[in-house]
Each structure stands twice: as structure tokens, then as C-alpha cells.
Write a protein that binds this ligand. Sequence first.
Ligand code: NAD
Ligand code: ZN
Length: 382
Amino acid sequence: MLAMNYRGPHRVRADYDMPYPEILHPQDAIVKVLRSCICGSDLHLYHGLVPDTRVGSTFGHEFIGEIVDVGSAIQNLKTGDRVMVPFNIACGKCAFCRQELYGNCHESNPGATAVGGIFGYSHTAGGYNGGQAEYVRVPYADVGPVVIPEWMHADDAVLLTDVVPTGYQAAEMGGIQPGDTVVVFGAGPIGIMAAKCSWLFGAGRVIIIDHIDYRLEFAEKYAQCEAFNFNSIGDPVVFLKTITDSLGADVCIDAVGCEAAGNAVNTLTGRRMLLQGGSTTALHWAINGVKKGGIVSIVGVYGPIDSLIPIGNVVNKGITIRANQASVKRLLPRLIEHVESGVLDPKGLITHKVPLEEVSDAYHIFSSKLDNCIKAVLIPPS
Ligand code: NAD
Ligand code: ZN
């Protein structure tokens, strides 16, 4: 079958002779992919920042599709169902799943101490192949997948598998109180959605910070927030103090994560610099720019192990840090309602629809932030 094939850092290609997935367990289903996305999280893999990312693997944790085969134990799904598949692979039964911490499932990534299984996200997340393919195996298929309502557009559905729940959970973890000033670092799909969702929790002011002007302009319109280029405001921490009566922001959200070598910006000088691992600049700004007693919510992903943070300031300022992979299945019922009522318009983030055959170009465009790209969707041949 046709699928994305990882060949090493900055090298992915479309391959026509990748093996078809098979039912390996009675709780598996096979999904024929209708749409999959490239996520900022895929860029950490693409940039070679995530350990144990194996050549020959297929990425893609954001996808929807049609059930074409089910294992003997599956009760909730049948062939022909069109489903959205949360990026977390969750058993539904372990101690963490029972608390709806589906991103921390103990069974889907045995032996790991942190993250549960994730589709197409290296052997540190269980070694599962992902959905940037014609077909994909979905383990524990009675637990995660949700049948797409008849009225829902496929482009909205695919963004409900990660972007919308992650942006929403970023705002939720921020513990936003009515009238709060919320500052979001990163104007990618996740940051823009976090900014949009911050209003749903009663924010009084929402600010987004990035250094790519087209993304800032997009965010300003889509999330009705203020947007600033960190190259134009001097030290972002000083800037945030200036606009908050010297107090700092009530809530800071890190929707950046580690930035690849060469993309990183030095915290002190604001200049670009080369790093071996990944930059933690945005997280520094979030911790230093939040008020005393404030909350820093992190959804940005940190793949490398050498991600140092200013932990002294966390202690001295009495900051609460909340962070996790989004628990997609927990949030889907309320997010589906928000899409139905028109409160959220996920598909408005999609700027590029690319045939799966051109996956290599799509990675290049999304990674290099070319052609005003916000979110790229891959379409397999029908
Ligand atoms: P993206 O690459 O499209 O966007 C990241 C943005 O951050 C870019 O626009 C970039 O210019 C900007 N940026 C870089 N350095 C910055 C800095 N110092 N300050 C402010 N902005 C800066 O990625 P995305 O798809 O929006 O994802 C964002 C992050 O969220 C990634 O780290 C991704 O791995 C993570 N993520 C986490 C979850 C989760 O469940 N926790 C789910 C999806 C994505
Ligand atoms: Zn994602």
C-alpha cells in the first residue's frame, strides 16, 4: 500500500510497497484512511529530536477513516463505520485510563514510565505505525474511535483527533479565571486553537506570541486575539510585565515545545542559534512572564532529554505547572457539541490539502512554514 516512509532526519518519502496492516489482536480494527494531518509533533520526529524513531516507520497520529476489518472481540464498531481516531492509544481499563488519563495508558506502551501509546510516534510511544497511509491498524478499537456524526464535515472530524482537544486542554489546564490575561506562545495550529478556547473559559485578554507574521495575522483573525512578533517587542518577559502593570500574565501556555536545531532562539539575545537538542526558549518566557502564583500550561512536546527549564523561578514564584498529552477521548463529547453549535470551526485552520503521494513536499512546506501554511491535510488515493 501507499504510506509515508521515514528515512532519517528531514527525509520522508511516499512509498507504494509498504506492507498492509493486519489484525494482530482480537481488539484491533483496520481503518482505511480518509484524511490524515501533519502535526507540529511530527516535526520533532522529522527533525530527529525524538529518540528511537526508526527508519521505515510511518508517522501520523491525526487521522479519520472507514472501518474495513475488525477483530473478533470488537463490539462497538462494524465495517463501514466512519470514525475519528484519538491520537492516544488507550486500553480503557488500566489505572490511568480509569481516571480518563488516556494519554498515559499503562498497557498500550508497556515498560514506559511517561507517555502511553501514540500512533506513528517512535518506539518511545509504543512503536505503532501511523495514519499517513492508506490503511492503519487501530489497537483497542472499542476504546478510542468515535463514529463521526452524519452532519460533521470530514475536515472538522480530522482536527478533533488532536488539534482541537489539545488546544482546549491547554486552556483548561491553565485554570483560567474570568477576566484573566492569557498569553499563548506559538501561533501554530495548537497555539491558535488554545487562544480560541481560552475565551470559552472566560479569559478577559488573550495574547499570542510567535515570530512568523503570516501566522500572527491568521491567529488575530481566527482567535480574535492580540498577536505580537517576539522580534518586535524586545524581551517578551519585560513586554508582558509592561502590559500587565508589572504583575505578569495570569496564565501562560506553551504551545511551542522544543524547537529544532537552527530554529532555536537564544533567550538572552533573541538571536537564532544552533543547538544540538531542542530549544526551550518559549518555556523560559512562559515561566518568567507569568505572575507570581500563576499557572503555566504546557502542551508543547519535549522530545530530547536535555530540556533544561528555570526550575528555580518555578519554586521562587510559586508557579503551578500543568502539562500533559491531551486526553482526546475525555474531551470529545463536549468538543463535538462546540463544533455542532458553531462555537468552534476546526476546519478553518486547514490551509493545505495535499495528495498522500506528495507527503515529502507537505513536510517541507509545513516544517519550513512556507506558502502561509497553518495546517496541512494528506489525502490518500480513493
Ligand atoms: P507548529 O510547528 O505548527 O507551531 C509551532 C509555532 O511555534 C511556530 O509557528 C513557531 O514559529 C513558533 N515558535 C517557535 N519558537 C517560539 C518561541 N520561542 N516563542 C513563540 N513561538 C515560537 O506546531 P503545532 O502543530 O502548533 O504544535 C505545537 C506544539 O504542540 C508542538 O510542540 C507539538 O509537538 C505540540 N503538541 C502537543 C500535543 C499534546 O497532546 N500535548 C498535541 C499536539 C501537538
Ligand atoms: Zn498532533
